[in-house]
Design a binder for this molecule. Structure first.
Ligand code: GDP
Ligand code: MG
Length: 707
């Protein structure tokens, strides 16, 4: 009876061919390649999911039948989310669509059968005539996957044909199978998953509303999909759904679990795994270790550890060179220019600012060299796999690892990359916690303070203390991102879930061009985008710290009689009474419990624009009132606490300061990007507030406990 209804509906849509043949399957399964082989067309074949954004059609003759061939965007299931997935889903489900299939050809990646046939079983259950084209047989055999095709065919009750879309093999068999399937369309086919067993009599009620006995189509109608139902039918179904308190996501989750159980049984009967060959063998051997449930994590941590050790140790030499160069340049400029405002602005404002940025380029370049290297070898995909369980536990999608790891570079591209996460909730959580990841801008801050409070060359076995502390702060960022995500999971409401599917590329020797390109890109972003802000802030700061309100400065000069010998004290006192000093002092009571003085206060304020401004600010502040040219580190080292008479930068102050920078939302660009990506003022405000609160609390606790 069902076939009868569908046929009538199709007559209404003016068919211009004998049969519609629809190609459906996962992204990258070879649909477009098959389409081209069958039609002789040269459509763009891509290696990325979603390259077929619209359906493509072509008229061909298949064994004397005038046929329309339709290439759909890739989908993993009939549960469409994105726009191109909806296009595919509508063609498959909606019997009023002009491309509605007489026969669907599901193209499956034979080397990944379990994932590939989920969609197939849904289509079988819709009772649409379907043929399975097993593609990538060549890859499967190298991976050691052996499929018993006859068995698979009889288990599923459909025709199965092995093809090689790229080499156009098996196409005549496929065509024959399509025509035969079309001719036998009215034959009864087995059901893979009986939704009546799972969801009870509500399915039959919908069958009677729709006036068609198609259990799975009724189930999908209940899930709210357009199955070619009339408006009256849709209204009745939605009332039924309300009365039964149906939650669609729960139905789908339950169906997915049950369906995979059936699929796993079929796979266990029809698929055998033997030893892989060639590069797949190597990949498998490496994967057995790298994604091992225990050693996988140990190796990941070890790699992270080595990376941070190297970032610190290897960058020392080039950093010293750059620092030395700027010191000499400053001395030279200070000498050749007549002393005065311009000299001062150049040396203590502009040069201090630029030198302060350039010196961190070796570290940033090294960090990205490592990340790009790991990405290009294929290891990062394994890291995503390893972290997927952890991320799911805290309410994040497996895909979130990409934004999170990019956050180690810069939160701005990282937050933008969260767009690939289709669930709104998971995306918001990812955006909210990404700034906690330790970005490149924090590296200069950490670096200066670690050098200041952690002794150099303290080595336990093969562990160097400074590198260890640096790594702890990166871990702190990650762990707090996880904790906050976990909390947000309960605060942000929605029950929508998305499924994580990740390709595991084969390992390869990295392409050095890609690696070098990434390094140059990241350094450029840091130098130009952040650099502009830093130099501007350096100049503003120089102004703020060189001038004061009213005749403060005049009074100071007058007070000191012996101007020759008191130069240093005059300058220091001037700084204290300058605009900058006044601002710093105004907030001093608030930050005193954190162990900060008004000089740090000035840096905290300039850092709201960008964290890296910390170093430039400190350089400027400490160079005022000190005639000798020194590195910032030495200047900070000789800073004395007026109350204790000892060094100001104690371990307690240093740790407190680093914690503040670990948490505080000190980046105007990130605030702007969060506003743009969420299209609301609410999220950036919440983010700024919770991060500031965390920063203050953690610094407060650290200082009070340690000092
Ligand atoms: P679509 O996303 O399903 O349209 O997949 P494409 O047709 O774009 O194919 C994805 C990739 O798989 C391309 O690089 C094809 O060249 C490749 N490919 C297609 N069929 C085969 C095959 O049978 N064997 C192998 N090794 N590669 C194939
Ligand atoms: Mg395609």
């Amino acid at each position: 009876m069902m076939m009868h209804v569908i046929l009538t509906s199709k007559l209404l849509t003016m068919k211009d061919s004998d049969i519609n043949i629809v190609l459906a399957g996962n992204p990258n399964s070879g649909k477009t390649t098959l389409f081209n082989s069958l039609t002789g067309l040269k459509q763009k074949v891509g290696n990325y999911p979603g390259i077929t954004v619209e359906k493509k059609t072509a008229k061909i003759v298949v064994n004397d039948f005038r046929s329309k061939l339709i290439d759909l965007p890739g989908i993993y299931s009939l549960y469409s989310k994105s726009i191109d997935e909806k296009v595919a889903q509508n063609v498959i489900c909606n019997s009023y669509d002009s491309d509605y299939a007489d026969v669907i050809v599901v193209i499956a990646d034979a080397s990944n059968l379990r994932r590939s046939i989920f969609l197939l079983t849904q289509i079988i259950d819709l009772k649409i005539p379907v043929v399975l084209a097993l593609n990538m047989i060549d890859v499967a055999s190298k991976k050691g996957v052996v499929i018993n095709i006859d068995q698979l065919s009889s288990e599923m009750g459909i025709k199965v044909v092995a093809i090689n879309a790229r080499k156009a093999r098996g196409l005549s068999k496929l065509k024959k199978a399509i025509i035969e399937t079309n001719e036998n369309a009215s034959n009864e086919t087995p059901t893979i998953l009986d939704v009546n067993d799972v969801f009870g009599k509500i399915i039959k009620v919908i069958n009677s509303i729709r006036n068609i006995n198609n259990d799975y189509a009724s189930f999908l109608s209940l899930c709210g999909y357009d199955m070619g139902n009339s408006i009256k039918q849709k209204v009745e179904i939605s009332i039924l759904s309300k009365n039964n308190e149906i939650i669609v996501e729960r139905l789908q989750a339950k169906e997915t679990v049950r369906r995979y159980k059936v699929i796993d049984k079929i796979i266990s009967i029809c698929v055998r795994n033997i030893e892989p060959k060639g590069k797949y063998k190597i990949t498998k051997i490496i994967d057995d270790i790298l994604i091992h449930p225990f050693f996988g994590y140990v190796i990941f941590l070890a790699i992270l550890f080595l990376m941070f050790q190297a970032v610190f140790l290897w960058s020392k030499y080039p950093m010293d060179l750059i620092e030395g160069f700027f010191m000499n340049l400053s001395i030279w400029v200070a000498e050749i220019l007549p002393s005065g405002v311009l000299n001062d602005l150049l040396v203590n404002g502009i040069l201090a600012g630029i030198g302060g940025i350039l010196v961190f380029i070796p570290q940033i370049a090294l960090l990205f060299a490592f990340i790009a290297f790991l990405e290009d070898t294929g290891y990062m995909a394994r890291v995503s796999f390893l972290t997927d369980k952890l991320l799911k536990g805290v309410g994040l999608n497996g895909r979130a690892i990409i934004p999170l790891l990019s956050g180690v570079g810069c939160a701005i591209p990282a937050i933008m990359s969260a767009r690939t996460i289709s669930s709104w909730k998971e995306r918001i959580i990812t955006i909210m916690v990404t700034p906690l990841m330790s970005c490149a801008a924090r590296l200069p801050v950490y670096s200066v303070i670690i050098n200041l409070i952690i002794p150099e060359n303290v080595i336990f076995g093969f562990i160097e203390l400074q590198g260890l502390v640096l790594m702890s702060f990166y871990l702190l960022g990650f762990i707090s991102a996880m904790l906050i995500a976990f909390i947000l999971k309960f605060i942000i409401n929605t029950s929508k879930k998305s499924f994580f599917i990740m390709e595991m590329p084969s390992y390869k020797i990295p392409d050095w061009k890609t690696v070098i390109y990434t390094i140059i890109e990241k350094v450029k972003i840091f130098f130009f985008d952040a650099g502009k802000i830093i130099v501007a802030i350096s100049v503003i700061l120089w102004l703020l710290s060189s001038y004061g309100p009213g005749n403060n400065f005049q009074e100071i000069e007058n007070r000191w009689v012996d101007k020759e010998n008191a130069g240093k004290y005059i300058a220091a006192e001037k700084l204290e009474y300058s605009y900058a000093g006044i601002i710093g002092k105004t907030i001093e009571p608030v930050i005193k419990p954190l162990g900060f003085d008004w000089k740090i206060g000035i840096s905290l304020i300039t850092s709201i624009a960008a964290r890296e401004a910390f170093v430039g600010t400190m350089s400027t502040i400490y160079s005022v009132g000190d005639d000798s040219v020194k590195t910032l580190e030495n200047r900070m080292k000789s800073e004395i606490n007026q109350e204790t008479g000892k060094a100001f930068y104690t371990t307690a102050v240093g740790i407190s300061l680093m914690l503040f920078y670990a948490f505080a939302m000190q980046c105007m660009s990130t605030i702007a990007i969060v506003y743009r990506e969420t299209n609301s003022i609410k999220w950036p405000v919440i983010q700024f507030l919770y991060l500031t609160f965390l920063a203050y609390l953690s610094s407060f606790l650290a200082y009070q406990i340690l000092s």
